[in-house]
Design a protein around this ligand. Structure first.
Ligand SMILES: [Cu+2]
Length: 152
């Protein structure tokens, strides 16, 4: 293999690794929900308060099989995002965002919301367990921006 081909193969590996980190149609936390099949709406606020960044509520209980429309309102003055995943998935994704803060995602389990705007995620919870929602913009998780989703 020539040096150029080897480099190309390396680049392809990097790209493929990136793709496998994005979320396909499903993950252990569930799958993209259908707009017409929403069974429940949950309001989530993103707030900045006293030097902390928080989601309110910080714990949400869901029944397995529910298709939930999360209406996510950013009450702060900077962008925030909400990403639903396993805690491990969020940690991997958080590390990737620390390496590449401008990383954009169009994944069905995530939404980025500008100040004073609302966004939504429609997600179907196919498995019971404890999952996590988090803002993975560098520094925000550490400032408090994560919560638990308990699916029973
Ligand atoms: Cu944030």
């Amino acid at each position: 293999m020539s040096k150029n081909l080897a480099l190309l193969a390396f680049a392809a590996t990097v790209v493929l690794t990136g793709v496998s980190m994005a979320h396909g149609p499903s993950s252990p936390a569930g799958e993209a929900g259908a707009r017409g099949r929403v069974t429940r709406t949950v309001q989530v606020q993103m707030v900045e308060r006293g030097g902390r960044m928080l989601f309110e509520p910080a714990e949400i209980t869901i029944n397995r099989g529910d298709t939930v429309r999360f209406v996510v309102k950013n009450g702060g003055v900077i962008d925030h995002e909400m990403v639903i995943d396993t805690p491990e998935g969020n940690q991997r994704h958080k590390a990737a965002m620390e390496r590449n803060p401008d990383m954009e995602h169009a994944d069905p389990n995530a939404v980025r919301v500008e100040p004073a705007k609302s966004g939504q995620i429609i997600w179907r919870f196919t498995n019971s367990g404890t999952f996590e929602f988090a803002c993975l913009i560098p520094g925000h998780y550490q400032a408090g921006m994560h919560g638990r989703i308990i699916v029973r």
